[in-house]
Design a protein around this ligand. Sequence first.
Ligand SMILES: [Zn+2]
Length: 94
Amino acid sequence: MAALWNGQSVHQLRLSEARLKRLTDAVAELLEVRDEAHGVYKAEIGRLVGRDPGVLELGHWPCTGSPIRLCMYDMSTDERDEECLFCGQPDERK
Ligand SMILES: [Zn+2]
C-alpha cells in the first residue's frame, strides 16, 4: 500500500528519507572510527614526546624538529606553553 499525502504518492520521498538516514548513520559511524584513530595517533605522539596526549595541541606550522613535522604545543593549565615544544616559535608567529 503506497503512502499518500494529500492524495499524492510519497513513495519517492520515503526512499529519499531512507537514503539520507543510511548516509547520516554511515557518516556518524565513520566519525566515530576517525575519532578513535585520532586518539591512537595522539597517544602515540604523547608517548614519543613524553607528554599527556590530552594536553598536546597539534599546530599547523612546519617544524623540522617535531616528530609530526608540525609545531606542537603543551596546553596544560599549569604548564601552558604558547611556544612550540621543538622550535620555540609561537603559534601565531607574532
Ligand atoms: Zn615548531
